[in-house]
Design a protein around this ligand. Structure first.
Ligand SMILES: Cc1cc2nc3c(=O)[nH]c(=O)nc-3n(C[C@H](O)[C@H](O)[C@H](O)COP(=O)(O)OP(=O)(O)OC[C@H]3O[C@@H](n4cnc5c(N)ncnc54)[C@H](O)[C@@H]3O)c2cc1C
Ligand code: SF4
Ligand code: SF4
Length: 1019
């Protein structure tokens, strides 16, 4: 979307107008936006919300840019650079924005390469090289390379988000750097624009000519002059990413930068954090994909012993097969054991109660040789006084599961509620392995002294252990951070390590460059910067002349940060807590002092790590997967909400147009609730946003029509014939689109005058239910009841066939209407009406649930709201009791089957041949309720259900019916669901969601069925 011009860019709005560039006048910003819009094909994003969304990365900092530019092509980026030079506006290049030190925040024009500038330009499998544009994500590159048997091996944890341009900018390092090195070891060349607009090719120095040769010669001169300084000051470790790589002419790294000892000038750009040149393309060195991997999990009685042993373990890797030695400490082990999904995996890796474990991985082509390595590891541990301490994992399945646990442990740590958060600022100091034990021990004491603690994890193989002390940045966090940083730096110096060993310098570590290298080398860095960028146009005040790390004017949560008081519609008090940094204990719900009663703190759980920018397995985030826009990303939405709630988007707060726009494409799939490491639940937040918007601006006719469906469905069904004409008459469909905004290209659900609720009494009475030995309540929702009665009837049939006495849920005091969960009202933000529905539901069902009777439902979004939104509506324990008894049909049947109570049903089921595909509804996925569907379908003899690896179907309640969303809805379905259905033309497709079935029908012309129907058919 191009911005309206001229726009207002004022320091008052920026809130953190730190350096002089932020004072650029509105006029300059307006001219910049105007020229970008007219001279390029890129997207020009200059609204306050857009700038706010690009004001942060995965660091603690926030600096509002003058504007954001998303180039369509590399050429657009060049033109933008020229325009910025003309107007003296700094340029801040950006990839995924996952930097942890504030590298991508700056008061200039942020250029986001990740959306469009992401082609693989060339792959030469023979030479093992690839040339790529900077915006391509590592996982996407590796997916494309897979067929060649090669990969790019700098496997950062953010592989699903990190772009190659960003990885080069930060000189990123992967878990397996001990085997493959860092970015600098794996870049062969780069094409890049210096700030004068010249495109240069950086590669081997001995082949360089022209300006690049001149750059190289001067850098060589500097390196030569500073030889003694370099030798005495430069950390001699693999993991050093601070400053510029002046040592390419006098290598101090544990590993040579090039295989043949030549000097490569592209390595000067690696780690330069966008301050020297704008990368146009990178030439990469590829490696052979390892054919086999084995894992040994070493259990240690003390953390110290684990750290001390790392130096010996790495010696097993002399032949290059040792690929990782990763630490998981006691805190993480315990956190993982508390998670039922991970506990069995963790237990399988433990011997007794270790204080720490090291995951030792060997990889290569000869599996037998790798297995011998595991034996050597066992022998080594025996020699080190720990015989029998290694759990062997030679097979891929258990290895994968354990690596997942290691990642999840960090996520659990990051989900600490309250204002104190684990803060990344000394998280990647690298020390020589022989000092690792002493260093970690001493730093633990430093944390203790400052009343906090840190959890240790990650790369023991290379002496880079991640640790984040818990600090409250709104209160005393900044001075505490400084104090800890100073003490940590003294330790790093004592052990001759690198202060910045993985995540780069940015705003957080820039000022430590001079400390690390001394004034002479620092001055040389200044000269390099001036040589490449005499105009100081590219990411100024980074690496050279950086600000103080604890300048609170640059922070996301400065002491002046305030939240606008707000009474949310739902209960967010669980987030309204504070924590104790030393024990991580949280205070009681509602005591956190949040003026938005916990909503703001729930929003602030987003730490911008960018995990939602993913396209692999999982649901999060379908709208981003289609648009690739920051605005339509969970992170973008969380940032928009945070800015709105803290008044940074103006007085309208949550009711603002910016918030409405950010939620426009959110399909409330709850993918983020499950997949976001910190559990950001945007679907629930959308209810609040819509509620606030509706309260201030009213609800549209379309909103009301959809929300009130449960109330008029009984009446409307009497006019089924008339209403169904709309699906047969294009004219009526067009009229509906014009008046109600419902897409004429969509069929609407078919009305039936005979439906489940008026089809005569079914099931047992309440009295019969209460007297029964195997009682079940069947909750029939509006959609299955009125539009697809067959599903409700099938569920009843199956439950009765299984021997249950089934009572169909109905309103107390029967007024002829069915019960409703209130979902349609929630979707429109009409929370009061939804609460009224919930009250009726509780009146009817709580007394039954309180007797331990299960309440079973068919429609995932309806039934699962009993376990989700209903418990946040202020009904207290009654809602909790109902939530505990509420199950989807398959959850119930799977539970009963595993208790041996479905033997009779199993015997009645007729065999099923042929392919069987299952599409999980997003809410089923969010609540871990997909596996029971597969389990129950497997009760049918011969059935082999295959789960479609899909995100949201894109229909999402009314979303896909709306004319404004029709196209995007289908695009979401085309990501994986519809192609999977089309590719199996003979398969039976099971989909429990009403909307999902409708989308499959519309998009693939296939009739999907509810699992209940399939089960009933097989009886
Ligand atoms: C949870 C988490 C885990 C992480 N794990 C790791 C890890 O295992 N190893 C690791 O090394 N890092 C890690 N990081 C840090 C970060 O993910 C990496 O540094 C990553 O490579 C950054 O990629 P990006 O695309 O997000 O780059 P960005 O953050 O967008 O940018 C990084 C730098 O590159 C510059 N840049 C981007 N594009 C260009 C361009 N076209 N031209 C010039 N400069 C450019 C930017 O200005 C910036 O200075 C982690 C971060 C998080 C939040
Ligand atoms: S929404 Fe969640 S996954 Fe996305 S950036 Fe925020 S914390 Fe990370
Ligand atoms: S609810 Fe779904 S669409 Fe909305 S932000 Fe979360 S993952 Fe994205």
């Amino acid at each position: 979307m191009n911005a309206r011009i001229p726009i207002a860019v004022g320091p008052a709005r920026s809130g953190s107008a730190y350096d002089s560039v932020a004072r650029a006048s509105n006029e300059v910003a307006g001219r910049l936006a105007q020229r970008l819009a007219s001279e390029t094909r890129g997207e020009v994003l200059f609204s306050a919300a857009d700038r706010g969304r690009y004001a942060t990365d995965a660091s603690i900092y926030q600096v509002t840019p003058i504007g954001v530019f998303v180039p369509k092509t590399a050429e657009d980026a060049r033109i933008a650079l020229d325009i910025c030079r003309d107007l003296h506006v700094p340029v801040v290049p950006r990839g995924g924005g996952t930097s942890q030190c504030g590298q991508t925040v700056g008061a200039g024009l942020v250029i986001d390469f990740s959306k469009h500038v992401r082609q693989v330009l060339e792959v030469d499998a023979e030479k093992r090289t690839a040339t790529v544009e900077p915006g391509i994500v590592l996982d996407h590159l590796n997916a494309q390379l897979k067929k060649t048997g090669l990969w790019y091996p700098v496997d950062v944890s953010t592989a699903a988000q990190a772009t190659l341009g960003g990885m080069a900018g930060n000189n990123s390092c992967g878990s397996r750097s001990i085997a493959y090195g860092n970015m600098v070891h794996n870049v062969l060349g780069a094409e890049a624009w210096t700030s004068d607009g010249e495109l240069h090719r950086f590669g081997r120095f001995d082949e360089a000519s022209g300006a690049v040769r001149a750059f190289g010669e001067r850098v060589r001169e500097l390196a030569w002059t500073l030889r003694p300084e370099i030798e005495s000051r430069w950390p001699k470790v693999l993991r050093r990413v601070a400053g510029y790589n002046l040592d390419i002419f006098h290598n101090q790294n544990e590993r040579p930068y090039t295989a043949d000892g030549s000097v490569n000038l592209a390595h000067l750009l690696v780690g330069s954090e966008g301050t020297l040149a704008l990368t146009r393309s990178l030439q990469l060195r590829l490696s052979e994909l390892p054919r086999a991997k084995v894992l040994g999990v070493v259990n240690f009685p003390t953390f110290y012993k684990a750290m001390d042993s790392a130096q010996h373990i790495v010696k097993l890797g002399g032949d290059g097969t040792l690929t990782a030695v990763e630490l998981v400490d006691r805190t993480m082990i315990e956190l993982s054991l508390q998670n039922p999904a991970f506990a069995p995996t963790v237990r399988s890796a433990l011997i007794g109660q270790p204080d720490a474990v090291l995951l030792v991985e060997f990889a290569g082509s000869d599996r037998a040789a790798l297995l011998r390595k595991l034996t050597q590891l066992e022998e080594l541990m025996g020699d080190l006084g720990l015989p029998g301490s290694v759990v062997l994992m030679p097979d891929e399945g258990p290895q994968k599961a354990l690596w997942e646990v290691r990642k999840a442990g960090l996520n659990i740590m990051m989900s600490l509620k309250g204002d104190g958060k684990p803060v990344s600022f000394i998280e990647d100091c690298a020390v020589p392995l022989e000092s690792l034990a002493e260093y970690t021990d001493a730093l633990t004491q430093v944390f203790r002294k400052h009343g906090t603690k840190g959890t240790w994890y990650a790369h023991a193989s290379v002496g880079t252990l991640h640790v984040r002390p818990i600090l409250d940045m709104r209160r005393n966090g900044a001075p505490a951070m400084r104090a800890i940083a100073e003490e940590a730096s003294a330790l790093v110096r004592k052990y001759k390590g690198a202060y910045s060993g993985e995540h780069g310098d940015g705003l957080c570590r820039g000022e430590w460059i001079r400390w690390q290298f001394g004034p002479a080398i620092d001055a040389a860095f200044g000269e390099i910067k001036r040589m490449f960028d005499p105009l100081d146009l590219l990411s100024p005040q980074r690496i050279v002349n950086p600000p103080r790390m604890d300048d609170t004017r640059l922070m996301r949560f400065p002491p002046s940060y305030r939240v606008i008081p707000l009474q949310p519609a739902l209960d967010w008090s669980a987030w309204d807590v504070q924590n104790d940094p030393a024990t991580e204990r949280v205070t009681a719900p509602g005591t956190g002092g949040d003026p938005a009663r916990g909503l703001a703190k729930a929003v602030e759980m987003c730490n911008n790590n960018g995990h939602c920018r993913k396209f692999d397995a999982g649901t999060m985030c379908p709208s981003y997967r289609v648009t690739r826009d920051e605005q339509h990303l969970t992170r973008g939405r969380a940032n928009t909400l945070r800015l709105a709630l803290s008044g940074q988007l103006g007085a309208d707060g949550l009711a603002s147009e910016e918030v409405r726009a950010a939620f426009d494409l959110c399909v409330s799939c709850k993918g983020c609730k499950r997949d976001c490491p910190t559990g950001v639940d945007m679907a629930r937040m959308k209810i609040e946003a819509r509620h606030e918007h509706g309260r201030f601006r009213g609800w549209s006719l379309q909103d009301r029509l959809i929300a009130k469906l449960p109330d008029y469905a009984a009446m409307a069904s009497r006019f089924a014939g008339l209403l169904n004409l709309r699906n047969r008459s294009p004219l009526l469909a067009m009229l509906g689109e014009k008046l109600l905004g419902l897409s004429a290209q969509r069929s609407l659900p078919t009305w039936h005058s005979r439906h489940f609720f008026n089809g005569g009494a079914r099931g047992a009475t309440r009295e019969q239910l209460l007297a029964a030995a195997r009682p079940v309540v069947l909750f029939v929702d509006t959609f299955n009841g009125f539009f697809e009665s067959g599903n409700a009837q099938a569920a009843l049939t199956v439950l009765e066939a299984a021997g249950y006495t089934v009572h169909v849920a109905s309103k107390e005091g029967a007024d002829g209407k069915h019960l409703c969960c209130g979902r349609t009202y929630l979707a429109s933000g009409m929370v009061d009406q939804a609460k009224a529905k919930a009250a009726e539901l509780l009146d009817a069902l709580h007394p039954l649930a309180a007797r331990g009777i299960p309440v079973v439902g068919l429609e995932p979004s309806c039934l699962l709201s009993f376990r989700d939104e209903l418990v946040t509506m202020g009904f207290g324990d009654r809602a909790q009791v109902l939530a505990q008894q509420s199950l989807l049909l398959e959850e119930f049947l799977a539970r009963e089957a595993s208790a041996g109570r479905l033997d009779a049903l199993k015997q009645r089921l007729k065999p099923l041949a042929g392919p069987l595909l299952v599409h999980g509804h997003c809410h089923q996925k969010a609540f871990g309720a997909v596996t029971p569907v597969l389990e129950v379908l497997k009760l049918i003899p011969g059935a082999q259900p295959q789960l479609i690896e899909s995100s949201c179907c894109g229909m999402a309640g009314s979303f896909g019916y709306e004319a404004s969303h029709h196209a995007i809805s289908l695009q979401m379905a085309e990501l994986s669901l519809l192609p999977a259905v089309r590719s199996a033309p003979d398969a039976i497709v099971v989909a429990d969601g009403t909307s999902c079935r409708h989308q499959i029908q519309d998009g693939a012309q296939r009739q999907a069925v509810h699992a209940a129907v399939l089960l009933a058919r097989q009886l």
